[in-house]
Ligand binder design. Sequence first.
Ligand SMILES: NC(=O)C1=CN([C@@H]2O[C@H](COP(=O)(O)OP(=O)(O)OC[C@H]3O[C@@H](n4cnc5c(N)ncnc54)[C@H](OP(=O)(O)O)[C@@H]3O)[C@@H](O)[C@H]2O)C=CC1
Ligand SMILES: CC(=O)[C@@H](O)[C@H](O)COP(=O)(O)O
Ligand SMILES: [Mn+2]
Length: 406
Amino acid sequence: MISSAQSVQSVCILGSTGSIGVNTLDVLARHPERYRVVALAAHRQVDALVAQCLQWRPRWAVLADAALAQTAQQQLRAAGLATEVLCGPEALVQVAQAPEVDTVMGAIVGAAGLAPCMAAARAGKRLLLANKEALVVGGARFMRAVREGGGTLLPIDSEHSAIFQCLPQDATTWSGVIDHIVLTASGGPFRQRDPASLKDITPDQACAHPNWVMGRKISVDSATMMNKALEVIEARWLFDLAPEQIRVLIHPQSIVHSMVVCRDASVLAQMGSPDMRVPIAYGLSFPERIASGAPALDLLGCGALTFEAPLRERFPGLFLAWDALNAPQGTTAVLNAANEVAVAAFLDGQLRFTDIHRVNAATLELPLWSRELSGPDEASDGVDDLLAVDALARAEAQRLVAQYRA
Ligand SMILES: NC(=O)C1=CN([C@@H]2O[C@H](COP(=O)(O)OP(=O)(O)OC[C@H]3O[C@@H](n4cnc5c(N)ncnc54)[C@H](OP(=O)(O)O)[C@@H]3O)[C@@H](O)[C@H]2O)C=CC1
Ligand SMILES: CC(=O)[C@@H](O)[C@H](O)COP(=O)(O)O
Ligand SMILES: [Mn+2]
């Protein structure tokens, strides 16, 4: 129940047609008295975005280019809607920082979400961050934008929401509380498969996650455990931890979403059925809690909860996280860019599953990075130099994809 003094939150969803976007709208639909949708942004799925606009009647909708926006605008006008359809990356920034918006859900996949998420942070919004790649690329500069903007950054990634839920609300006390954290990982669809048999894996096999229904990019990342590598980097920034304070355990049931091991050896864990509506609802309502629509965990029916150490021979990509965190600033952006290129090539049938790691590791090794990264300008508030590093790494990764494809 909201108090009469509480105003309705105006929400902008970047990536509204994806898995997180749709789950967010599902939670919002349960609480019409608390939330209204002001902006919805997709990339190329015009029909899905138009259908969402017809239901939610936002002030703005955003698509990738002018032709798509015109198609959507015509359909919405014909239906009598006043929604204005904008296009391109600048429009994402515009809606993310608009004064009419209180809360931004960052649910774009990949580094494409960096600029609008940073804009939302700088504008002091309540920023719900699912788009882990934005933080992996933005790093310290992203966190500074959050601090200087004076808004609130709430993690949506299930592991990071779990850690956040285990910690005291006053973030200034976290370093005194945490000895280390344990991020849990499902191990993905190939946890028990002979690594030698992975080279002919198809995209559909890689996307068949055992516990979560997600977009295709993150599903492939779960299969290589690069998802967990990105999450290690994400945790480093969200909770201001040293790389060695972040550990990973495989937990095939995805019920313990992560743990904080405190300085006094107490272990705090957050549990629940694997349903992203739980962290989304918590981000929307923090510090209160609202109904999410997720089923309660059946402790008697869920079976044994087990934990395993991740092996380097099976999941070499995971270990790149610590390598990148211990390298010069900006190396995590290189790793992310290489992985985005490699996963896209794999999904497109251009690269073998096992070559995703080869591309990522080889891109990281190129000596060029230490020169190019010697100085992303720490005084800068922008994203242009970060995106320049991203572009350079993509070009190198594309070259490697072409080499391995041959
Ligand atoms: N799915 C999940 O359960 C979880 C996801 N995450 C993270 O959340 C983010 C979103 O994941 P998920 O929802 O699975 O991804 P999806 O692929 O399902 O959705 C991605 C969304 O982003 C839009 N989009 C894609 N590319 C661009 C671009 N270049 N510019 C603007 N918009 C773009 C898509 O639009 P269109 O539909 O038009 O292509 C779509 O709305 C990722 O960073 C992922 O790692 C984190 C934890 C769990
Ligand atoms: C739901 C969520 O947060 C995903 O990031 C999930 O954790 C993926 O599963 P893996 O643990 O297999 O990477
Ligand atoms: Mn996760």
